[in-house]
Design a protein around this ligand. Structure first.
Ligand code: ASP
Length: 254
């Protein structure tokens, strides 16, 4: 989309929708489950040119909460809608409604039963030909969470942030820790202060130690540098730019 002149916002929404539709990831279909075995989804999106943002939390009947978050940003006067109110807004917007069971996979159920964490929150960051940055994040949250729990992913400045003057950032990891250090905004600020993208990502992730959690993030700078860091063992990522494309899993840079 970007190579064809599309906007950063369209690109990140499309990328996150693909990942939400893929049952492998903890977002959309395949979301981590609450202690009651239901899927409650969180997502957010931010436009770095205007600082417009939209987010939803605890929605249970949409397969692509990232699109709902974008609608909140563009079609409502609000930044964040939660639960039944967010769902009523999505219905009023004509977005397709799905049964909660459609979002629940056997693998996520097994994770809940065996007290294993479902990994795979998804996010995307992009810069387009106009120099606009955008970021989006989408997740089912943490396995076994209380219904009503909200993680970092839908909180602007925590799981997601974008500012054309700093960076676009999307985070994954333990939401309760990420929220306490406002990780996405912190990483963007470090780029804004002049740090190299990888150095900013590493320094931001290292602040998580004080908050007692592991996390990772991806970012793109106004100069188009793509960077990431994580304190977990692995973090799957993939990228495409004018002159390179690739993917990674472990703690290498390539
Ligand atoms: N950050 C997500 C949350 O706490 C979970 C994750 O990234 O694994 O809701």
């Amino acid at each position: 989309m970007l190579k064809q002149g599309g906007t950063a916002l369209d690109a990140i929404e499309a990328a996150v929708r693909l990942l939400e539709d893929d049952p492998v990831f903890n977002a959309g279909i395949g979301s981590a489950l609450t202690r009651e075995g239901t899927a409650e989804l969180d997502a957010s999106v931010m436009n770095g040119a205007t600082l417009a943002a939209g987010s939803v939390a605890c929605v249970s009947c949409f397969q692509n909460p990232v699109t709902l978050a974008r609608r909140v940003m563009e079609q409502s006067p609000h930044v964040m809608l939660v639960g039944q109110g967010a769902e009523a807004f999505g219905r009023a917007q004509g977005l397709p409604v799905v049964a909660n069971e459609r979002l629940v996979t056997a693998a996520a159920r097994r994770d809940l039963e065996t007290h294993r964490r479902s990994f795979g929150t998804v996010g995307a960051v992009a810069i387009d030909g106009q120099g606009t940055l955008a970021a989006a994040t989408s997740t089912g949250g943490t396995t076994g969470k209380w219904p009503g729990r909200v993680g970092d992913s839908p909180l602007i400045g925590c799981g997601t942030y974008a500012d054309d003057k700093k960076a676009a950032v999307s985070c994954t990891g333990l939401g309760e820790a990420i929220i306490r250090v406002t990780l996405a905004r912190h990483a963007a600020d470090l780029v804004g202060l002049g740090l190299d993208g990888f150095e900013a990502a590493r320094q931001a992730v290292s602040t998580l130690q004080r908050a007692g959690g592991d996390a990772g993030l991806i970012l793109v700078t106004p100069a188009g540098q793509l960077a990431w860091a994580f304190s977990t063992q692995r973090m799957s990522r993939a990228w495409v730019s004018d002159d390179s494309e690739g993917s990674g899993f472990g703690p290498d840079r390539a």
